[in-house]
Ligand binder design. Structure first.
Ligand code: CCH
Length: 291
């Protein structure tokens, strides 16, 4: 067991959990990035409910939301880290795992602060259905992300996380990765959104998604088809989102900078701190900043 507050020791053990040759594309990083996002993305600024505080996904009300299907794998991969550092809260561990994964997979540094509590305040529990539905369009994306307090630029920057990982038929019903190298954080997703000719297709489970098949190659030399969700395609068809897709496709540094800021903001939703970084939420019964 490490000394309470030794977050560098936790970071090291998260890194050690990233490489898993038999899991997906060989890394747990993408599903960690998603775990952190879904833990925070339930936030509603109007009612000040949801958010990463409380690690509500441990319980069925939140963990059993169909939008969170598959994230039990991410939580299980992090369990050995929690066992080695029992002093860290789950809400800190899950958000830190997302930040560590982004960096280790080649992305930017993301500012992260500890102090979240695992105390579950029933009055702050988010109802199911607050996370976005990939089958929908621009209005839905705005509804969900404006509720958290994000603007159009931040929405596009955050969506760039789809450079990582893949969709799974047995989780969301969608199928396939967005880019050819889904364990390397880059701006490739934006480039492909603009450059490739995406075709709408219906999978055998009835789910509609866009795919790209390289028809210039003989069938046996083709990679797995790439995919885009209807919500991904909305970023190029919507006049408020599209200019940012182009900017990020052209300028990787700008994307990294904006992603880093927006992801850090996401992970802080619903958390209030004083100037020293100590959490001041009155319902913070267990946490507390350890310096
Ligand atoms: Fe996402 N995402 N996401 N996403 N997501 C999925 C997978 C990942 C939407 C839908 C889906 C963000 C925004 C959105 C990741 C990070 C972020 C899947 C497949 C769906 C569906 C799940 C499965 O089948 O396993 C929608 C809709 C939106 C917004 O409108 C944001 C924001 C982030 C992070 C900043 C990552 C990473 C994955 C890959 C996970 C994996 O297991 O490989």
């Amino acid at each position: 067991m490490s000394k309470p507050g030794d977050y560098d020791a936790v970071r090291k053990d998260i890194v050690a959990q990233l490489k898993k040759p038999d899991y997906d594309d060989g890394s747990t990083g993408p599903v960690f990035v998603r775990l952190a996002w879904h833990s925070a993305g339930t936030y509603d600024q109007e009612t000040d409910t949801g958010g990463s505080n409380g690690a509500g996904m441990r319980y069925d009300q939140e963990g059993g939301d169909p939008a969170n299907a598959g994230l039990e794998h991410a939580r299980a991969f992090l369990e050995p880290v929690k066992e080695r550092h029992p002093w860290i809260t789950y809400s800190d561990l899950w958000t830190l795992a997302g930040v560590v994964a982004v960096k280790e997979l080649g992305g930017p540094d993301v500012n992260w602060k500890p102090g979240r509590t695992d105390f579950v305040d029933d009055s702050k529990l988010p109802p199911r259905g607050r996370l976005p539905d990939g089958a929908q369009g621009a209005d839905h994306i705005r509804h969900v992300f404006y509720r958290m307090g994000f603007n159009d630029q931040e929405i596009v920057a955050l969506s760039g996380a789809h450079n990582l990982g893949r969709t799974h038929k047995d989780r969301s019903g969608f199928n396939g990765p967005w880019v050819n190298n889904p364990t390397r954080f880059s701006n490739q997703y934006f480039k492909l959104l603009i450059k490739l000719e995406w075709k709408l297709t219906t999978l055998d489970n009835g789910v509609k998604q866009f795919i790209y098949v390289d028809e210039d190659l003989p069938e046996d030399e083709r990679d797995e088809p790439l995919m885009m969700l209807p919500t991904d395609m909305a970023l190029v068809s919507d006049p408020g989102f599209e200019p940012w897709v182009r900017k990020y496709a052209d300028d990787k540094d700008l994307f990294f900078d904006h992603f880093s800021k927006a992801y850090a903001k996401l992970l802080e939703l619903g958390i209030r701190r004083d100037e020293k970084g100590n959490i001041t939420n009155t319902d913070n019964k267990l946490g507390g900043y350890i310096s």
